[in-house]
Design a protein around this ligand. Structure first.
Ligand code: MF3
Ligand code: CO
Ligand code: CO
Length: 270
């Protein structure tokens, strides 16, 4: 297998799927309040996807080799949970940070995006971690253009995370996306500029850095899915699905309330 190049017709379907995934986050944002459980957020998103959008929640029953079928329709990762947090009866409380990760399938194509939400005010550390991680995502996006290499993305993300005193999770990465949820290539969030596959117009992949306030090491909970930081430090993640265009990039997971590029990165975007 190799990296697929999407046709114009496929790209249009990826645009639709990407927008729909982002719109689920717009829809659920007002419900992310103290007292709501992650199970309730999952159920609301599930009903919105299935009944309003007529999309398929890609996580539900997703079972890559070595994993039990994922039991819910979205991922909800709170505080020291890095990714793939499974929704349940746990209520959010003031000061929590939570990542909501949405993947929808429309017309066979996947759109995959996640955002951080701060419940109440959040500590200075929590706010800074969420902001630096958003900057990492957009710094990665900023170097995407034909002729660039995947390592360029990893290097710029790793540098900003580590210069900020944080660490990059190594075990999970961005990924090609299209007819399949996870396709080639693997998009590492660390590495060396000038290395790795060359980016070509028509490729679609996600960038989804997971950044820890403490050490990079992770462990898996007995549910077989939830990933946490080994040192129980806070972790944040943001994700977009990106298209490589002839001149640069297009963010496919856009919606009216999608946060704009952060001020640090905006001047770098052409
Ligand atoms: N949405 C995640 C990603 O960004 C994958 C979640 S797999 C699941 O790649 F089964 F946990 F939903
Ligand atoms: Co993804
Ligand atoms: Co995702």
């Amino acid at each position: 297998m190799s990296i697929t190049i999407k046709t114009p017709d496929e790209i249009e379907k990826m645009r639709v799927a990407g927008r729909l995934a982002a719109e689920v986050l717009d829809y659920i944002a007002p419900f992310v309040k103290p007292g709501v459980t992650t199970g309730e957020l999952d159920q609301l998103c599930h009903e919105y996807m299935v009944n309003v959008q007529q999309t398929i929640p890609a996580p539900l029953n997703y079972a890559p080799p070595g994993y039990p079928p994922y039991p819910k329709s979205i991922c909800t990762s709170i505080n020291h949970q890095v990714c793939h947090g499974v929704p349940g009866p746990k209520a959010l409380k003031k000061g929590d940070i939570v990542n909501l990760d949405i993947t929808v399938i429309k017309d066979g194509y996947h759109g995959d995006t996640s955002r951080m939400f701060i419940v109440g005010d959040g500590s200075i550390l929590a706010r800074r971690l969420c902001q630096v991680t958003l900057e990492c995502l957009w710094l990665g996006i900023s170097v995407v253009k034909p002729g660039a290499r995947l390592g360029d993305i990893g290097q710029i993300i790793q540098k900003h995370a580590e210069d900020s005193g944080f660490s990059v999770v190594r075990e999970f990465c961005g990924h090609g996306i299209g007819l399949k949820f996870h396709e080639e290539p693997q998009v590492l969030h660390y590495g060396k500029a000038g290395t790795g596959p060359e980016l070509l117009p028509g490729m679609t992949f996600t960038i989804e850095p997971m950044i820890n306030a403490g050490k990079a090491a992770i462990s898996e909970l007995p549910d077989g899915w939830t990933i946490v930081t080994k040192d129980r430090s806070l972790s944040a993640q943001w994700e977009h699905t990106i298209l490589i265009t002839p001149t640069g990039f297009e963010v496919l997971t856009v919606s009216p309330d999608c946060p704009p590029p952060p001020a640090l990165v905006a001047p770098l975007l052409s």
